[in-house]
Design a protein around this ligand. Structure first.
Ligand code: AMP
Ligand code: ZN
Length: 112
């Protein structure tokens, strides 16, 4: 999608601090970290949010969770939080599906 920030990051048109990449997904550090470790994992394919996951595109979501498990293991993170905001009221600001991975500090529950 031509006017999507994260599609532009995947395409290398906007710089990012890359952590991992494969055929299906891209992981990079959040520009405004909310924890000592805060990175995002996104599908390369444009999917607007988790509300747009269907039987046609859901395989990438399972793959992303495999990648999250691998990356957190490699980074030595034993405890972490995975968050996906859906819609403006829930705090979504970039409308390309992404999973936040946050670690390195105490987390509160419920989230604000
Ligand atoms: P959300 O608000 O859940 O849609 O998450 C979007 C996230 O993207 C926020 O945590 C932003 O800090 C992050 N973000 C926005 N622009 C960039 C960028 N150019 N590089 C890395 N992260 C970004
Ligand atoms: Zn996109």
């Amino acid at each position: 999608m031509s006017d999507c920030l994260f599609c532009k990051i995947v395409a290398g048109e906007i710089p990012s601090k890359k952590l991992y990449e494969d055929d299906l997904c891209y992981a990079f550090y959040d520009i405004d970290p909310q924890a000592p470790t805060h990175f995002l994992v996104i599908p390369k394919q444009h999917i607007p949010s988790a509300a747009a996951v269907t039987s046609e595109n859901s395989a990438v979501v399972g793959h992303i969770f495999e990648v999250i498990a691998k990356l957190t293991r490699e980074l030595g993170l034993e405890s972490f939080r995975v968050v996906s905001n859906i819609g403006e009221q829930a705090g979504q600001s970039v409308f390309h599906l992404h999973f936040h991975v946050l670690a390195g500090r105490d987390m509160t529950w419920p989230p604000g």
